[in-house]
Design a protein around this ligand. Structure first.
Ligand code: SAH
Length: 218
């Protein structure tokens, strides 16, 4: 089966796994995941699993991305902050579901590669920054939605501060005992409400940045 056929089959599988939002499924059906992988992994682009992108990082698993985007409940006028751009795959999906995406990545080389891929795909509403995502992107705040693709010990205060009232954050958080859960945190007039989305294995949210000279695990 060619890659287009495999992409359609992946979307059918995501629906079976509970990703039912037609906007999310449509975006995933249009986005070529193979374009965010090195040639060694293209054959597996539509398997429902994370794959290596170098520097000990992975492109996120499609069903997890689907569940997180669905929990984010995006509208076309939203401005979104994304922590952990990685390959840029989820950035591309966010850009097609919202007005503007502000994406942060701490590993410079991954950010540069993602930027090239997004430009090649014609994405014009994604703004990328090499920084520690735990600090958010205060100059462009507040955001309607925030999504993180790396596991924090707790909701970083800077991210909570940069969310609009009525806004939603979706992020993985490490639980006591080592489990990780994805949480949906909504901001209300008198505080935050949290709901569990699903379980998920993610790489950790690390502080500080990594420059382009650094090649560990590349
Ligand atoms: N959604 C991405 C996921 C990449 S994995 C994709 O599908 O390709 C998670 C990414 O988060 C990694 O690239 C890692 O470098 C990045 N990351 C971890 N901690 C971070 C932080 N504090 N600030 C910004 N990026 C971070």
């Amino acid at each position: 089966m060619n890659l287009d056929g495999r992409r359609i089959r992946m979307v059918m599988e995501l629906r079976r796994l509970g990703v039912t939002d037609p906007r999310v499924l449509g975006a995933m059906e249009r986005c070529p995941r193979e374009d965010f992988l090195s040639s060694a992994w293209i054959d597996q682009a539509y398997d429902d699993r994370p794959l290596p992108i170098g520097h000990e990082q992975t492109i996120s698993q499609p069903s997890i991305v689907g569940h997180m985007l669905q929990a984010l409940d995006l509208h076309p006028n939203h401005r979104v902050l994304e922590i952990g751009v990685g390959s840029g795959y989820q950035t591309a999906l966010l850009s097609s579901l919202s007005r503007a995406v502000y994406g942060i990545e701490r590993i410079k080389i991954l950010l540069d590669n993602a930027e090239k891929r997004l430009l090649d795909l014609g994405v014009r509403n994604a703004f990328l920054r090499w920084s520690d995502g735990g600090l958010g992107w205060p100059e462009a705040a507040p955001y309607d939605r925030i999504i993180a693709a790396a596991t924090a010990d707790d909701l970083p205060g800077a991210l909570a501060d940069q969310l609009k009232p009525g806004g939603i954050i979706v992020l993985p958080i490490k639980e006591a005992g080592g489990d990780q859960n994805i949480w949906r945190v909504s901001r209300h007039e008198n505080g935050f409400r949290t709901e569990s989305v699903c379980k998920a294995p993610f790489v950790p949210l690390l502080s500080g940045v990594v420059s382009s000279e650094y090649r560990e695990g590349a």
